[in-house]
Write a protein of this length. Structure first.
Length: 326
């Protein structure tokens, strides 16, 4: 009896409920007996490992990888986002030669839902409504920071105990500034100021010492490297959220209208500070390796239902702002 599996035989799992994010290096990705597998070499022996594509959101292909056309076809059918990247998950290369570009090989289908795209474009060309969407994103971001940083689970499992008074004060001030912002530039400035203050608070909480955020790929200390790595994982989930809702990456609400991947940055910002930032510093202080940190990040995304939050924010923003114009 043939053991070949047809893609139509795979049970559909909602993207927001999928469990797996893969980072692969020094291997070949191919289709074997109807299954997508990655192959590693061990001496004269080839070892085959199954990738459960129906339960996978993102595959990041690092140093020394190759992928067959058949495997890419199966990834596309299962709705898996694929990105080529450098060592340890950053930077992403995909189809561009510029390292600073965030670009994904997304599953192509002309039958993606159009409801949210139609609602999104109905408000997107209105400057005031686009600013309202950006403020909504920032409010979600602040709520998640407060929820995660002050959670008993974070304190119990990670020993992360930031100064609650300082954090609540920072977030309260940020909420007022968000409400008062009259332009995207003001909102971007407020975001940068808050992020800088959060870096200071988290570094003090784990006794990391002086910290300066380096540009992507420019930091040599562990915290900067982990921040880059974790942020790229968040970009992967953000790209999945945009694909699920059928929104092009160029329709950003926060990062301007001229950046091709701006919406991916907007969506990732919902969770980066709340989830990636504290774990980057915790892992740096613990002397963890990249693989262990990656597992830590993915677990944090799953526990916080990060992809669910991203998708829900896009759907609610599209629906609510579209209704305001009716």
């Amino acid at each position: 009896m043939s053991e070949d599996i047809s893609p139509s035989d795979l049970k559909t799992i909602l993207h927001s409920k999928r469990a797996n994010i893969y980072y692969l290096q020094y291997c070949r990705v191919l289709v074997n007996g109807g299954r997508v597998e990655y192959v590693t070499e061990q001496g004269k022996t080839s070892l085959y490992w199954n990738i459960p594509i129906a339960n996978t959101t993102v595959v990041m292909l690092g140093t020394g990888t190759s992928v067959t056309q058949a495997a890419m076809r199966e990834f596309a059918r299962a709705g898996v986002m694929v990105g080529f990247c450098g060592g340890n998950g950053s930077p992403l290369y995909a189809g561009t030669e510029k390292e600073v570009e965030v670009s994904w090989l997304s599953p192509q289908s002309e039958y993606r839902p159009t409801e949210y795209l139609q609602n999104w474009v109905s408000f997107w060309f209105d400057e005031e409504k686009r600013l309202a969407a950006a403020k909504r994103f920032q409010s979600v971001r602040l709520s998640l920071i407060e929820k995660q940083w002050l959670s008993s689970r974070m304190q119990r499992e990670s020993g992360f105990q930031p100064d609650a008074g300082k954090l609540v004060s920072l977030l309260s001030q940020a909420r007022l500034k968000i409400s008062d912002a009259s332009s995207h530039n003001e909102l971007m400035l407020q975001e940068a100021q808050l992020t800088k203050a959060l870096y200071k608070l988290v570094s003090q909480s784990v006794q990391y010492g002086e910290f300066t955020r380096a540009k992507r790929g420019g930091g040599t200390d562990a915290a900067n490297r982990f921040l880059d790595h974790g942020n790229y994982l968040a970009y992967g989930l953000a790209a999945v959220a945009a694909w699920v809702t059928g929104l092009p990456h160029g329709l950003a609400v926060m990062h301007g209208k001229t950046r091709r991947g701006g919406l991916v940055f907007d969506i990732a910002d919902l969770v980066k500070d709340a989830l990636v930032m504290p774990h980057a510093f915790i892992a740096a202080m613990a002397g963890e390796e990249e693989q262990l940190f990656r597992q830590r990040c993915i677990a944090a995304f799953q526990q916080a239902d990060a992809l669910d939050l991203m998708i829900a924010t896009l759907q609610e923003t599209a629906s609510d702002l579209a209704k305001q114009g009716q």
